[in-house]
Design a protein. Structure first.
Length: 235
């Protein structure tokens, strides 16, 4: 389920041919409530039930918030937060009723601390993380798993170009962190974590260890350091 219908249909055909499965596609702009509201009915028309929901759609804004495009910032909240809540609300009740199912919400290590120059993105992902952990506990006794996936930098198409994040020295965020995890590696970690009923998954031992360590650094120390690192320099 995504906005790019042609690419979805091509992927569905590829999956069907390779694995002999039924793959259906639904094009939807998740930033629009009216578009999201049509999804449950469309799924019912296809004669399907949602056993596993993966909330993965997203993008990031970057730069000083006082210079940000308000429309884009609000769209980010709608896609990263509102869509997650809306789709979870649409499909979780039936999972609980059937006493089986799972929801994998893609958050980020950005959820684990405020990020100057990515304020809206980090805040949205923090919501996803907190929301997922709370709902995980609520449904723990109902046969349903809810897992928050919190990767560090991931090699994904166009994400870094659209985010426009930079670090000290004028390098792009992508250049500063060339050893990003692959999307396949992160997806495998997320699915494995959901299958085992974990509350939070941080793929990669070095990333997990770094996030554990940063939790104990006071914001008064951490935020100025992050602001310096992420501040865009004039070339």
């Amino acid at each position: 389920m995504a906005r790019r219908k042609n690419r979805l249909e091509a992927l569905a055909q590829e999956l069907s041919a390779e694995y002999g499965i039924r793959a259906e596609t639904i094009a939807c702009d998740l930033g629009k409530a009216a578009s999201r509201a049509r999804i449950p009915g469309r799924i019912s028309e296809l004669g399907l039930d949602v056993e596993i929901l993966v909330n993965n759609a997203g993008f990031a804004t970057g730069g000083p918030f006082y210079e940000a495009d308000p429309t884009r910032e609000l769209e980010q909240v709608r896609v990263l937060v509102e869509a997650v809540v809306g789709l979870t609300s649409a499909f979780l009740p039936q999972m609980v009723k059937r006493r089986r199912g799972g929801i994998l919400n893609v958050a980020s290590t950005a959820a684990m601390q405020p990020l100057p120059y990515a304020a809206g993105y980090a805040a949205a992902k923090a919501y996803v993380l907190t929301f997922s952990e709370a709902v995980h506990q609520e449904v723990a006794g109902h046969g349903v798993a809810v897992t928050a996936l919190c990767p560090g930098p991931v090699e994904t198409e166009k994400f870094w170009d659209q985010a426009g994040w930079q670090v000290a020295g004028g390098r792009s965020f992508e250049q500063a962190f060339p050893a990003k995890a692959s999307a396949r590696e992160v997806a495998r970690a997320g699915v494995a974590g959901l299958d085992s009923g974990r509350r939070v998954v941080v793929p990669g031992l070095p990333t997990w260890a770094a996030m554990q360590a940063v939790r104990y650094v006071p914001h008064a120390i951490k935020l100025p350091a992050m602001e310096w690192v992420l501040r865009k320099r004039d070339s």
